[in-house]
Design a protein. Structure first.
Length: 658
């Protein structure tokens, strides 16, 4: 083997290299999303990789770097991984990058060919990592630049920070004056993103230096808003629970501590090395990804690492680094269509993925639920031609969330499906008075489907959430936040196409969201609550009977009107943003002259709630007999039976005998 060609890379990528694991790290318990809000954020789909662009030993030595002088091949491999998995963040360590300020410019480095391969839309930041001798230039004549770490994002970086982990004055500073090596934490803020991508490369690998460095790392990552931390941490966790890396595991989920599909290994090895003196390949997990939001996917791509024995007599390296790249997807949105536009034939994606939807044929805009779409049975909404294959994969975990209101006389229609050439690996539909969530069991025409059904209520807006957990092999359907049923599903079928909304469906659809993992029940409850339209604050408050002049029966800004009745009615106009939702008033009245008197009506008590009106209307309640000459205050709120508005301003009046 004389070099790494495109054909070789393709062959290596197609076959995973199985190597016995010789060093097993401690596996911490799988952490979950700590704040329970990961589903609200953008999904970071990232790669972290130590491309060994700095190591410079000869073949057969422990410091040998496979293909150090082949930056074009490394760039091509990264670009391939990014394209195939639709990544939006790249974190690299041991990178030789251009540094004009230090007189190290040009394109003889790792970064220039990579950015050229990625194309427009990507931005990056760099941070230097000095060697023990204090130098930061790329060694040798093959590469020219500064050695360090890089974060590149598909987006616009608005700011960045480079924070040394061990510096003079830092309580974790390593005091040995002869130690000049430095580790930095590089973090970037990206326009429109909530998460903060960060990368580091820890240089020490033994106590007490390592303990100080990791303690500093935890402290400084903790000061970052919603961090996503990747990098080479230079440790295999050790064999004791007191290993220095444990503080990070205690604070954040790590991507490869759980399985994401049947047969998915956890804590996969990422580093492979040997030397003439010890030719057996040592395998370690040195590369990690931590994130506040938790994870939907993680994999160590060992096909891109040289896992063969490194001896002086060995053939050329079989891959591009002694480290394997780690790919991780954080929890977050794959697609969000709110349908809030008031005109046009497109709908914007509220996630960072930019999957604009196109309205076709019989789809019109509606003012129900403020803004929504109405389907007449002939129209659809579809995503772009790139589909959502890597953001929303029917072989992996997923969640579909939407609101639907099928017409009363509507027949069968699909709310959302993601077809392949033979059927629909995913289909959520309204069928003969039932909701139906189905996934096919084979990639062939006429294949059977596993399915969950639940009774539907046509003509009423209903929240639906369909989830699939591939590890448990379970499909679930939630109706208005309540689990309606489950079904086993183990024969996972890929879709590989764009999604389609509303095929042959008649009725309304609103607030579609897709997630690349199965939301938990509590997350579905919060998601539904966040999308529910609250009733409006009541208006037109009046005490009846009111005089026509001077005393309207509802003074809100001081003073009291006079109501010529000891048994008046309290009245208000109520409204819901959804004109199909029943809404009512809930009233409370109290004695201002003598507060010790029992409240005639109080919220939630007898006589507080009026009757319902559909969408909007005027409602009222009858007040029990009041005390002549006493002054009273009252207010009202609107309710749909579950959600309530804020209360209207207080009304004041004096009760007088008629």
């Amino acid at each position: 083997m004389v070099g790494v060609t495109a054909a070789v890379l393709a062959t290596v990528a197609a076959v995973r290299i199985a190597v016995p694991q010789t060093r097993q790290p401690v596996v911490p318990a799988a952490a979950t999303d700590p704040d329970g809000l990961g589903y609200q954020r953008e999904s970071i789909r990232m790669l972290t990789w130590n491309i060994c662009g700095e190591a410079g030993g000869s073949r057969g030595s422990l410091s040998y770097c496979p293909w150090r002088s082949r930056p074009q091949a490394k760039a091509a491999a990264i670009e391939t991984i990014v394209r195939q998995r639709d990544l939006n963040v790249i974190m690299l360590q041991e990178v030789c990058y251009p540094d004009d300020a230090a007189g190290r410019g040009g394109d003889r480095n790792d970064l220039a060919p990579l950015m050229a391969a990625l194309g427009p839309g990507w931005t990056y930041r760099t941070a230097v990592v000095a060697r023990p001798d204090g130098r930061s230039d790329c060694r040798g004549g093959d590469l020219v630049g500064t050695v360090g770490e890089v974060v590149a994002v598909r987006g616009t970086i608005t700011s960045s920070t480079v924070t040394p982990l061990l510096v003079a004055g830092d309580p974790n500073y390593y005091p040995d004056a002869t130690t000049k090596r430095t580790s930095n934490l590089l973090c970037v803020r990206v326009d429109g993103w909530q998460n903060t991508p960060c990368v580091t490369h820890l240089l020490h690998n033994s106590d007490p230096e390592y303990a100080r460095e990791t303690a500093s790392l935890k402290q400084k990552v903790g000061a970052v808003a919603l961090p996503v931390l990747g990098g080479d941490l230079n440790t295999s966790q050790g064999s004791a629970s007191t290993s220095p890396i444990r503080p990070l595991f205690d604070a954040y989920p790590e991507c490869d501590q759980q399985a994401y599909a049947p047969g998915d290994a956890v804590t996969e090895m990422t580093h492979f090395n040997s030397e003439d003196a010890a030719p057996a390949v040592a395998q370690q997990k040195l590369d990690y990804v931590f994130a506040t939001s938790g994870f939907a996917y993680c994999d160590s791509l060992t096909e891109f690492a040289d896992t063969n024995a490194n001896t002086a007599a060995a053939d050329d390296p079989a891959a591009l680094s002694d480290h394997a790249p780690v790919v991780a997807f954080t929890r977050g949105q794959s697609l969000t269509w709110k349908f809030d536009e008031t005109s046009g034939d497109s709908t914007a994606d509220g996630s960072i993925n930019g999957l604009t939807g196109t309205l076709r044929n019989g789809v019109t805009r509606s003012t129900e639920r403020v803004h929504s779409l109405r389907f007449d049975g002939t129209g659809t909404v579809t995503s772009g031609v790139d589909g959502t294959v890597n953001k929303f994969d029917t072989r992996r975990g997923l969640t579909v969330s939407l609101w639907a209101k099928p017409d009363t006389a509507a027949p069968t229609g699909s709310l959302i499906n993601q077809p392949n050439n033979s059927g629909s690996p995913l289909d959520l539909s309204y069928t003969g008075g039932k909701w139906r969530f189905a996934m096919v069991t084979g990639d062939a025409s006429g294949a059977a489907s596993d399915q969950v059904t639940a009774t539907a209520q046509p003509g009423v807006w209903t929240h639906l959430a369909a989830t699939y957990d591939p590890v448990a092999g379970r499909m679930s359907l939630f109706v208005n936040g309540t689990l309606a049923g489950t079904a086993a599903h183990t024969k996972r079928v890929p879709s590989g196409t764009a999604i389609t909304i509303g095929a042959a469906y008649q009725g309304g659809v609103d607030d579609l969201q897709l997630f690349p993992y199965a939301l938990a029940s509590a997350e579905i409850t919060k998601l539904r609550a966040g999308q529910t339209m609250l009733p409006a604050v009541p208006t037109g408050t009046v005490t009846i009977p009111a005089t026509s002049t001077g005393n309207p029966g509802c003074h809100q800004n001081g003073g009291y009107g006079t109501v010529a009745s000891l048994t008046p009615r309290l009245s208000a106009a109520v409204q819901d943003d959804d004109p199909t939702v029943p809404v009512r008033g809930e009233f409370s009245i109290w004695d201002n002259t003598d507060p010790s008197q029992p409240q005639p009506i109080y919220l939630g008590g007898p006589g507080s709630a009026s009757g319902y009106v559909t969408g909007s209307g005027t409602v009222s309640v009858q007040v029990p007999t009041l005390i002549a000459g006493h002054s009273y205050g009252w207010y009202v709120r609107a309710s749909d039976g579950t959600n309530v508005s804020a209360t209207a301003p207080v009304c004041h009046f004096v009760a007088a005998a008629s």
